[in-house]
Design a protein around this ligand. Structure first.
Ligand code: HEM
Length: 545
């Protein structure tokens, strides 16, 4: 059939005249458009989630702060396991304890990878134990960590370090209570640096007292939500020149700061060793691995690490150990200052066991169950890593008929899970250690179980769990034994300030922003015990100076 236009031209004739390449080009453009519009669309087999926009998916709905709360809002709206689209990337959020257990714990290896992040790699050179995939090198570093921070080694060799450093903390709080924030940070950095580098911090201002916070500050800035364009979702952004991509310069600078700090730490250790001051028998991991290096040519003979990777490994262990622990303890101090009834109950228990004659010891653990409850409740109330550290699934998987596509990023929203009334947390914003009355054991005894806790997820479970818990317990028990913790006083009115439970620094890790608080010794007898123990604590710590 032949169609004619108003001016009498034949359409068929025109069609015959359209060159083949034009038809091909139009088809290509239509196909291209169709493909581009598929970006951001959710596969119907995936778990439900908020409606998406073409190209963006749900990227436009990601808040710059408060992601941990948003994860809960979406969970309540779309169900325990839901999905998000970050452009073409898939994100699955497990706001469901059973799903966390069935997938991340039980199918360990499948869920043991980490999502790839261009910015992260710019900062860490892709060799960070925390952010690397679960391949041989990562496993080798993890093995060293779990072995050296095992309960046996901690209780046999590290306990005196923790006890002595906490005694120094108590003394710091008696003599200079206003600086409690930095005293706590010094303490956790010093313990980590003793174990890793064989070096302690006399003050927060010492290199060994604040190195980790300087390193993590820049890392946090480089990774701050909203600070970077969605480069993993739109990889073409990687090729933008640096002069129009300040985010790249910032990430590289953060990497350089971290390189400089951890190579300076190594330089100091090497220099000390050259002077013949070897601290292997004092428990320094760096000395132990460097001895192995001199004997075998590498600290990890099957997976040899270059100097930079080894320096970063040491640094990472301090990063993993110091700020997480100080943040949880500062949170606890905030909670205690706001909840005098909790202090009173703990002190009744402490007084019955220790009196005023002696400080509580780790061996008192089972006689002081309320201290354990207080620590667990602090970590529930405001977890240091409220959205955890995401995992990546290595292959397509199915859960209750829903597709979890290969390479999806898996979030375990710690804060949301611990504030969900559906999991029995009634009045979740209140600080109530009694919730854990029936959880009398250590975190590790609950790890990997359906009764999900704070840092225990399958193959990537926190290897510092035992160290952290033993430090946290000592700090909490001894602080509560020695002091009444009160809100600070307003400089002008002299009245107690109102503490704000939501005034938090929200970076990679969450910790309370500086706040005012008073440490009132409970009696002169308590202060006397601290002074008596201080001399032997200092003597014990002297070889690490
Ligand atoms: C209260 C203190 C601590 C908290 C809240 C905490 C929290 C966490 C969390 C949430 C993870 C991610 C788990 C996952 O991927 O599922 C993690 C991993 C990790 N933590 Fe901790 N942590 C603490 C103390 C420590 C300490 C003392 C160390 C010292 C060695 C440490 C070293 C690490 C390392 C190396 C990883 C990475 C493990 C891997 O990816 O295979 N952490 N931690």
């Amino acid at each position: 059939m032949e169609f004619r236009t108003a001016d009498g031209h034949s359409i068929q004739k025109h069609a015959q005249n359209i060159p083949f390449w034009t038809v091909g080009l139009v088809a290509l453009v239509i196909y291209g458009l169709y493909t581009v519009l598929q970006i951001g669309r959710r596969d119907k087999r995936m778990p439900p989630g908020p409606p998406t926009l073409p190209l963006l998916g749900n990227l436009h709905q990601i808040p710059i702060t408060g992601m941990y709360k948003k994860f809960q809002d979406w969970g309540e709206e779309f169900g325990g396991i839901y999905s998000l689209k970050f452009a073409s990337s898939n994100v699955i959020v497990l706001y469901d304890r059973k799903a966390v257990h069935e997938l991340v714990d039980k199918k360990g290896l499948l869920y043991a990878e980490r999502p790839h992040s261009y910015i992260n790699d710019l900062v860490t050179h892709g060799d960070s134990l925390v952010f690397q995939d679960h391949h041989e090198r990562q496993k080798a570093k993890r093995k060293i960590t779990t072995h050296n921070f095992s309960p046996k080694i901690l209780d046999e060799r590290v306990a005196p370090v923790q006890d002595a450093e906490v005694t120094v903390l108590l003394n710091d709080l008696v003599r200079d209570p206003g600086n409690f924030y930095n005293h706590m940070k010094r303490l956790t950095c010093s313990i980590a640096c003793i174990l890793v580098f064989g070096q302690r911090a006399l003050t927060y201002e010492d290199f060994w007292g604040h190195c980790v916070y300087d390193a993590l500050d820049k890392f946090g800035e480089a990774l701050e939500p909203g600070a970077n364009p969605p480069v993993d979702e739109f990889p073409v952004l990687k090729y933008l020149p640096e002069f129009i991509s300040p985010w790249k310069t910032r990430a590289k600078y953060a990497g350089k700061v971290m390189d400089d700090i951890w190579s300076e730490a190594r330089r100091r250790v090497d220099e000390r060793r050259q002077r013949g001051d070897i601290r292997t028998t004092l428990g320094s991991l760096a000395d132990k691995l460097l001895d192995e290096h001199s004997e075998k040519g590498s600290p990890l003979s099957k997976q040899p690490l270059g100097k930079q990777e080894l320096d970063h490994f040491f640094g990472l262990l301090v990063e993993g150990g110091a700020e997480t622990t100080s943040s949880t303890m500062l949170t606890l101090i905030l909670c205690l200052a706001m909840n005098p009834q909790v202090q009173a109950k703990a002190q009744e228990e402490l007084d019955a066991v220790c009196g005023t004659e002696r400080m509580p010891q780790w061996s008192d653990f089972s006689k002081l169950p309320y201290i354990n409850c207080i620590i667990k409740e602090g970590m529930r109330w405001r977890p240091a890593a409220p959205v955890g550290i995401p995992h990546r699934v290595a292959e397509d998987d199915f859960y209750e008929g829903m597709l979890i596509p290969k390479n999806s990023t898996i979030f375990i929203p710690t804060w949301a899970l611990h504030h969900a009334e559906r999991y029995g947390y009634d009045d979740p914003y209140s600080f109530k250690p009694e919730r854990y009355t029936n959880h009398t054991k250590l975190a590790n005894d609950y790890a990997g179980g359906a009764d999900y806790n704070n840092r225990d997820n399958g193959r990537r479970m926190c290897p510092g769990i035992h160290l952290a818990e033993r430090t946290q317990w000592r700090i909490a028990a001894k602080l509560l034994w020695a002091f009444e913790i009160l809100p600070g006083l307003d400089a002008e009115t002299g009245k107690p300030v109102k503490l704000d439970p939501d005034h938090y620094n929200e970076g990679l890790l969450h910790g309370p922003a500086p706040f005012k608080c008073v440490f009132k010794p409970r009696s002169q007898a308590h202060v006397d015990v601290i002074s008596q123990e201080l001399a032997s604590a200092r003597k014990f710590l002297a070889p690490y100076e």
